[in-house]
Design a protein around this ligand. Structure first.
Ligand code: FE
Ligand code: FE
Ligand code: ZN
Length: 278
């Protein structure tokens, strides 16, 4: 069965998110661990998490893909901002230990004129301070569109981060279809070639999740504007090849398309209908 979900608002807690995901036809979902543009966080409610874990088991949920806030920048030039990023990620991972086996996805960071090499060093340094051998969550570096000074615009940059991290078994990658397309990887005409390149540079064993988005912009635009499934420059056929690809089809897919819950439910239904059950 296709493992697919979408971004769900975290405002009402885990159990409410799980119930909503089921209503939308999802069997995984993504959510922001804290206010995406601020950084504030809900109080930890263990009873709520326990109820959610039971629901997720009952419904055979695939792993969730939690998303760190956009304000988290592990390679900011300002040490205070790096400290915020470190504390936020550390606390998010401590909380996620209450629901083992899920993923925590983050944007590697923006190097803000320091250069990608410095960015890569800072990101790896921070991960080495945070990742613990006993943590119950695998942290995912997201492939980025390369807007501004984003680090992670090429597979090589992600590989360079991974190479510098000690707890490699706690580190994976989340491939965002809009971002790789905007980054110049032609998943429309050469999905096999892009996956071969991913495998050669990073290794497909590191690929743990996919963000399934169409893109408003052409290949290599470095813009990062998501479009509804089938309404962008990637198109429905290419995205259907992504969900059915033998190397991808077992991964959890999450939509981050610009629509509401009802819109996501329609996209989930559409994609489920186009998934070839094996
Ligand atoms: Fe993201
Ligand atoms: Fe994404
Ligand atoms: Zn994006």
């Amino acid at each position: 069965m296709l493992k697919i979900g979408c971004h769900i608002s975290a405002s009402k807690g885990y159990y409410a998110m799980g119930k909503l995901a089921v209503e939308l036809g999802a069997n995984t979902f993504a959510y922001f661990t804290r206010n995406p543009r601020g950084g504030s966080v809900r109080p930890l409610d263990e009873a709520d998490i326990q109820k959610f874990v039971e629901l997720a088991q009952e419904q055979h949920f695939a792993p969730l893909v939690a998303h760190a806030p956009y304000t988290l920048n592990a390679c900011a030039a300002d040490p205070g901002l790096r400290e915020f990023a470190k504390n936020a990620m550390e606390e998010d991972l401590r909380r996620m230990d209450y629901m083992p086996g899920n993923y925590y996805n983050f944007h590697p960071g923006s190097h803000v004129k320091q250069g990608a090499d410095v960015g890569i060093e800072l990101i790896a340094e921070q991960l080495n301070q945070i990742l613990r051998p006993d943590q119950k969550t695998v942290v995912l570096l997201e492939t980025m569109a390369g807007k501004g000074s984003e680090v992670g615009r090429t597979f090589e940059e992600l590989r360079a981060i991974i190479d510098r991290v000690e707890q490699k078994e706690k580190l994976g990658v989340c491939l965002d279809t809009c971002h790789v397309w905007d980054g110049g990887y032609d998943i429309v005409n050469d999905l096999d070639g892009v996956l071969q390149e991913f495998d050669a540079v990073i290794g497909l064993d590191r690929l743990k999740a996919v963000h399934l988005n169409d893109s408003m912009n052409p290949l290599g635009a470095h813009k990062d504007r998501h479009a509804l499934i089938g309404e962008g420059q990637i198109g429905l056929d290419a995205l259907v090849r992504v969900i059915n690809h033998p190397l991808l089809r077992e991964l959890p897919f999450n939509l981050e398309t610009p629509t509401d819950d009802a819109g996501h439910a329609k996209e989930i239904e559409l994609l489920r209908g186009l998934y070839k059950e094996s």
